[in-house]
Design a protein around this ligand. Sequence first.
Ligand code: PGA
Length: 232
Amino acid sequence: MLIIANWKCNPVSVSKAKELLKVKEGENNVEVIICPPYLYLPMVVEGIKNRNIKVGAQNCFWENKGAYTGEVSPLMLSNMGCDYVIVGHSERRSYLNEDSKILNKKIKKALSNNLKVIFCVGESQKERNNGETLKVIKKQIDKGLKGVKNENICIAYEPIWAIGSGSSCLVKDAEKVLDFIKEKRDVKVLYGGSINEDNALSYIESKFNGLLIGGASLNPEKFNKIIKQAKD
Ligand code: PGA
């Protein structure tokens, strides 16, 4: 079971970021992964040294180096000590206009630099209301993972309407999407969207292979409660 912290664009200082490192380690079948903003990666890599915690980035570019102002490459991330990278989070798809073509390039470059990819998919409220959930997921996977093998890929199902909303998707509904994804791809499937210390257990006990956690990962006490439930 993967328990992944996605800090998003938080917290606002290194000292506050250090506070968030008071998290339990993974053990047995539980892997704990922290995905901080780029700026805090060196501090996090140093801070978790000799602990059973892995580090991931929240994004990467599709080239390894060159004249690409403002970008951070998969090779840099890998050299920095990252094991994972999140690609295709809905916030990047919507605020940064990242489309499937861009995501596909990023995924391929990340994999070729030995990063494991956490590829996010999910439908909007409108798409859900129109009964288009599986159609949307299919398209995101077919285009985003075009020409990509299953190795080192996890797919995170994150219904956009559930992210940061305080109400997660019902496990039985999310499992329908999981079944659909697993039919297409033999990969780990994670759930993300308003997971907290109270609802995490139902997902830990479900068919999902892990959780991608935003808000609750910014509170070590809450995040540790989730890790503990996964271990027990
Ligand atoms: P949330 O975010 O846990 O705050 O809903 C999850 C995510 O977007 O990865």
